[in-house]
Design a protein around this ligand. Structure first.
Ligand code: ATP
Length: 238
C-alpha cells in the first residue's frame, strides 16, 4: 500500500495536558481511513495535529513522503490537506455560493473542484446558492462545508463528526458522497462516533481510547465485537 499520509508515534495536547500518546495512522492514496472513539478520545485533536492547528510534541507526520514537521496550517492547505471542522463553521453572512468560493481562494494540488462539481456531488445545494448559509438546515450546512473544503483541492480531506446532530437519512446522503470524492483522487480521514457509518466507507479503521490507538486494521478483517470492545475500552483490546 502506498501511504499518502503516515502518522508515526505522534504526541500532542494542550499545554500540560497530553491528549495523544504515540498515535500511528495510515491513509492510502485515494483511500479512506476511519478514526472512531468515544467522546474525548482524541479524534479531533488528531485532526488538528494533521492540520497544524495543534503542534505535535513527538513523532512525525509524513505527507506524500515529506515530513510536515512544524509546517504552519496555511502551508498544509496549500500542500493538499483540508479539514471540514465539527460544527461546519460556515460564514453565516455569506451566501452558499460565496462560502464555496472562499474554499477555492488558494487551491491546493489535488483534483480540481468547481462549484458545478460540488453541485453535482450534492444536488440539494443547487437551489440554495443565493441563500445566506445561516438559514440552511444542519444537513445542508454539512454538504456546503464539505463542498467548501473540496474547493480547496485537497489530496486528503479530514472530515470531523460529519453526522453530529443529523437525521440518519441525511447522514446516509452525506456519506454517499465519499466514494465519489475518492474516485476523483482525494483520500479521506473520517472521524466518527457512528461506528457503523465509519466502517461502511473506510478501508482502514483506527480506534482511539483515551488518546491511544487500541485497535487498527481493515474493517472487513476486524470483528464487530472486537471493535465495540475497543471503542468502549472493555475486553482485552490493547
Ligand atoms: P469529541 O467526540 O467529544 O469531540 P474527541 O475524541 O474528538 O471527542 P478531543 O476533542 O480531541 O476528543 O479531546 C481529547 C482530549 O483533549 C479531551 O480530554 C478534551 O477534554 C481535551 N481537549 C480538547 N480540546 C481542548 C482544548 N482546547 N484545551 C484543553 N483540552 C482540550
Amino acid at each position: 500500500m502506498t501511504a499518502l499520509l503516515d502518522v508515526d508515534g505522534v504526541r500532542a495536547g494542550y499545554g500540560d495536558f497530553q491528549a495523544l500518546f504515540d498515535v500511528d495512522l495510515t491513509v492510502a492514496a485515494g483511500g479512506a481511513t476511519a478514526v472512531i472513539g468515544a467522546n474525548g478520545a482524541g479524534k479531533t485533536t488528531l485532526l488538528r495535529a494533521l492540520c497544524g492547528i495543534v503542534p505535535i510534541t513527538a513523532g512525525a507526520i509524513r505527507f506524500d513522503g515529506a515530513d510536515l514537521g512544524s509546517m504552519p496550517a496555511h502551508q498544509r492547505v496549500a500542500a493538499g490537506i483540508a479539514m471540514v471542522p465539527e460544527g461546519r463553521m460556515l460564514f453565516p453572512s455569506l451566501s452558499v455560493e460565496e462560502n464555496l468560493l472562499v474554499g477555492g481562494h488558494r487551491p491546493g494540488p489535488g483534483p480540481a473542484w468547481t462549484v458545478d462539481d460540488v453541485l453535482e456531488l450534492f444536488p440539494l445545494v443547487r437551489p440554495l446558492l443565493d441563500r445566506p448559509s445561516s438559514v440552511l438546515s444542519g444537513g445542508e450546512k454539512q454538504a456546503v462545508a464539505i463542498g467548501r473544503a473540496l474547493m480547496a483541492r485537497p489530496r486528503v480531506l479530514l472530515l470531523d463528526e460529519c453526522s453530529l446532530g443529523l437525521a440518519p437519512i441525511v447522514v446516509r446522503q452525506l456519506y454517499a458522497s465519499v466514494p465519489q470524492i475518492q474516485e476523483r483522487g482525494t483520500a479521506l480521514v473520517v472521524v466518527e462516533q457512528d461506528i457503523g457509518q465509519a466502517l461502511a466507507v473506510a478501508d482502514r479503521v483506527s480506534c482511539l481510547l483515551e488518546g491511544r490507538v487500541v485497535l487498527e486494521g481493515r474493517p472487513d478483517e476486524l470483528g464487530r465485537d472486537e471493535i465495540t470492545a475497543a471503542y468502549f475500552g472493555t475486553g482485552g483490546a490493547e
